[in-house]
Structure formats: C-alpha cells, structure tokens
Design a protein around this ligand. Structure first.
Ligand code: ASP
Ligand code: MG
Length: 262
C-alpha cells in the first residue's frame, strides 16, 4: 500500500512517444514524480503518425466506411504505445501495467469515431495505484456499455487524460507535448511567439476554438467542470509550461512546483 502523495496524471502525446528514446525521456518525468512519493497515472497517445496511418488503412479497405470497425483499427495505435511505455517503465524498476479502455471501462456513447465519455470506472486503476503501481492508460479509446470499441475524436487522448484525472480525483493533469506550453501564436510557425504562464479555462477554450491544437477542447471543458488544473508542458525539458486552471488555484500550484515567477 502506497500512502500519501498526490495523484498526478501525466499524458504524453504522439511526438513524445514517437520512438523508444523519446519514451525514455517521457519516462523520466514519471520517475521524478513517483520518486517524490506521488502516485502517477500515465495516459499515452499513439506513436506519432500512427493514427493517420491506421485511419488511412481502415478507410482504404472498402468503398463504404464502417465507423465502428474503423474505431477498432484506429484504437490499436494506443494499444501498442501503452504496452511499450509500460515495458520501458518496468525496465526502470517501476511496477507498470497497460490498461486499455475496455479493461478499465472508459464508457462512451456509441457515436463511433467521435464518441463522448460518459463514465469511467475507477476500481481497477485505484487498486493498482494504491498497490504502488503506475497504470499506463491507452488514450483516445472507449467502450460502449455493450462492449464495442469506440474512439473519442482526433486529439482525444487529452480528453482521456483529464477525464481520468477527474474520475480518480487527481491533483493535476500534466499534458506533455513537443512545445513548452500555450503560446500567443504557434511557436512552430512564428519565431517570437510568447509562452503564456497562466490561462483560464474560458480563454483556453477560446484559443482552442480559434484553432490552437495544443489541447482538445473537450478536455478543457472537463477540466473546467471538475476543477482539474491542466499543465501543458514540454516533454524534452524540465521547465514549467502553461497552467490552465481557476485563478484561485495559481498560488497553491506555484508552491507545488516551487516557483515564484509564474
Ligand atoms: N492518437 C489520436 C490522434 O492522433 C489521439 C491523440 O493523439 O490524442 O488523434
Ligand atoms: Mg494532441
């Protein structure tokens, strides 16, 4: 039984799990928090490019598109990355285990390819966390009440992460990506884009609806509804990124990260 510490959800996007070296860098963030005594739950995207490849494969097989079977194909990207990420954690001495959506039971409606999460069962995750384990949850996937596989829309692993965080009452949901946070404009396109240290849920939703792809908009909605702070940060650096939270939480979160200049 692992007592104390905070529950932290760490989500790693496609570019952060694109190859084994990058996964090792991602794993270092898990180890850092785990070593402090926190309980870590990992959520992973498919390895970069995989979902596009799988969707193209599934769509090219037949003339007509069968969305429910397409979801079975598309969801395999996260099945693979969750298992491999778990292997790398084990190699680093952490008792990790992959969890697919149907194993946890991340229940969604049956709107295949763009389903909505309706409920997440927490028993299996909580038992494993409390035994000192680190679950590695496959993002993007869900399951209907009658057991069919779904996916929850492009960029959906963000939503998996925040929804899991809210279901297990995590302290924070960290979203690790290939940029250092939320920028005034896309840092990959504009050189002097400025990183934002703090942004409200509302502003973040606005940015997302204007095309900022850093977070799936539904993840921000869930964060706002359940008061889960979201920290968008860079996998390949230890610097702090952008906090998406209610203003009254900023001070406490600064203390959590032991910084004064947010
Ligand atoms: N792999 C899925 C996608 O590419 C989900 C995600 O990465 O968030 O859309
Ligand atoms: Mg994304």
């Amino acid at each position: 039984m692992r007592k104390g510490g905070k529950i932290i959800v760490q989500k790693f996007g496609g570019t952060s799990v694109a190859n084994f070296d990058r996964m090792r860098r991602a794993v270092s963030h898990v180890i850092r928090e785990y070593s402090k005594g926190n309980k870590v739950v990992v959520v992973v995207s498919a390895m970069a490019g995989e979902t596009d490849r799988l969707l193209n494969l599934g769509k090219s097989a037949t003339e007509k598109i069968y969305p429910d079977e397409l979801d079975v194909v598309a969801s395999t990207g996260e099945q693979i990355s969750s298992a491999i990420f778990s292997m790398i954690l084990r190699e680093n001495g952490i008792n990790a285990k992959s969890f697919l959506a149907h194993q946890i039971r991340i229940l969604t409606d049956d709107n295949f390819t763009d389903a909505r999460i309706v409920k997440i069962e927490t028993d299996k995750l909580m038992d494993f966390i409390n035994s000192g384990g680190v679950p590695v949850v496959a993002g993007f996937q869900g399951v209907t009440t009658d057991g069919r596989i779904t996916t929850i829309g492009r960029g959906g692993s963000d939503t998996t992460a925040v929804a899991v965080a809210s279901a297990i009452k995590a302290y924070i949901c960290e979203i690790y990506t290939d940029v250092s946070g939320v920028f005034t404009t896309d840092p990959n396109l504009v050189q002097n884009a400025k990183k934002i240290n703090f942004v409200s849920y509302e502003e973040m939703m606005e940015l997302a609806s204007l095309g900022a792809k850093v977070l799936q908009i539904r993840s921000v909605e869930i964060g706002a509804r359940f008061g889960i702070p979201i920290h968008v940060r860079n996998t390949f650096s230890d610097e702090l990124g952008t906090l998406v939270c209610y203003p009254e939480r900023i001070q406490e979160l600064k203390e959590f990260y032991k910084i004064s200049s947010l």
